[in-house]
Design a protein around this ligand. Structure first.
Ligand SMILES: Cc1cc2nc3c(=O)[nH]c(=O)nc-3n(C[C@H](O)[C@H](O)[C@H](O)COP(=O)(O)OP(=O)(O)OC[C@H]3O[C@@H](n4cnc5c(N)ncnc54)[C@H](O)[C@@H]3O)c2cc1C
Length: 313
């Protein structure tokens, strides 16, 4: 029988949470492998400019931050592999991971696969991604001081984020596809306090995002009642139509997920499966920020060290 490949920690995903965890584990000689199916650095690497990550007084390009985290993790010996983890299996002391490169075993697993924001899938959305089309008000709202924006969505997050954006912007057109909100009654009541800045357009689809000279200038939609096209001049678009946690690979595992598929952990970032931890945007209750992801990565690494001590070190 071929010898099994066994590591102290296998980290799934190579975003900021993973790379921060790996800096801590490898620096303490905990043998660590990361699998990444897309871009090393995760969503941070595809973020144009990060203005709110502590320690960078003038802000930092997302790619630069990601590369720096990668280099720091590799300096201490992190083995970063390009490949997808397809499933995980709890076999007691050891966990088995099926990857696109074959099978690997780990004493602990750290799940840091993040969450994708659901997209509208309309013309202009990918063209202006992160340069006029946004999915996080905390991240990008401050870029729109005294400007007009369009917010798309009718659920809790759309209403909450639209109200948050009123701190910065001069006006918001809130486009809701159906004839009413899905947001809670309480939030709908709160929203009524913002009629000076927010105009709600029910029965309005969002069909196309149009720009000029690399900048978003308007959103074209359809008024479903009249079936006529409607245009909303704008400087930016914020889309809040839901989250898609990257947890499909856990569907046959015992790891508990919440109602939208995010990983449930305790205060020590451990899941219900002993030796399996989660950190960052994939975790139920995550605040979806790079600073929180790196902080949780560090915490998870320290919890993993504690878990490994009596077991194997
Ligand atoms: C456009 C945009 C702008 C943003 N701006 C800011 C900002 O200004 N400030 C801020 O603090 N935050 C910002 N964010 C949010 C921030 O990027 C995330 O909170 C942060 O990247 C989360 O880190 P993470 O490590 O948890 O997950 P991610 O960064 O999402 O990394 C997860 C990684 O796991 C990989 N993966 C998923 N499934 C698998 C699998 N089965 N096998 C292997 N790999 C897998 C993914 O490919 C991905 O690379 C922004 C996000 C976006 C989309």
């Amino acid at each position: 029988m071929a010898e099994r490949e066994i590591h102290d920690v296998v980290i799934v995903g190579a975003g900021p949470a993973a790379l921060s965890a790996a800096i801590y584990t490898t620096r303490e000689d905990i043998d660590t492998v990361i699998y990444e199916k897309g871009v090393i650095g995760g969503l941070a690497a595809v973020t144009d400019w990060v203005d709110n990550y502590p320690g960078f007084a003038q802000g930092v390009a997302g790619m630069e931050l990601a590369e720096s985290l990668q280099k720091q993790a590799e300096r201490f010996g992190t083995d970063i592999r390009l490949g997808e983890v397809l499933s995980i299996h709890d076999e007691g002391e050891l966990k088995r991971l099926e990857t696109t490169d074959g099978e690997v075993y780990a004493r602990t697993i750290l799940i840091t696969t993040g969450s994708d924001y659901k997209k509208l899938g309309i013309p202009g959305e990918s063209e202006y991604y992160a340069r006029g089309v946004h999915y996080c008000a905390t991240c990008d709202g401050a870029f729109y001081r005294d400007k007009r924006v369009v917010v798309v969505g009718g659920g809790n997050s759309a209403v909450q984020e639209a109200m948050f954006l009123t701190k910065f912007v001069s006006h918001i057109d809130l486009l809701v596809r159906s004839d009413k909100f899905r947001a809670s009654e309480i939030l709908q009541e709160e929203l009524k306090k913002h009629t000076d800045k927010i105009t709600v357009h029910f029965n309005t689809t969002t069909d196309e995002i149009i720009g000029e000279n690399g900048k978003v200038t308007k959103v074209v939609g359809t008024d479903k009642k009249t079936n006529k096209k409607v245009e909303f001049p704008t400087d930016g678009v914020f889309v809040f139509i839901g989250l898609k946690p990257n947890t499909q690979f856990l569907k046959d595992s015992d790891v508990l997920l919440d109602e939208i598929g995010m990983v449930i952990t305790n205060a020590y970032l451990e899941t219900n499966v002993k030796g399996v931890f989660a950190a960052g945007d994939v975790r139920s209750g995550a605040t979806m920020q790079i600073a929180s992801a790196t902080g949780e990565g560090a915490t998870a690494a320290l919890m993993i060290r504690k878990y490994l001590e009596p077991h194997h070190m």
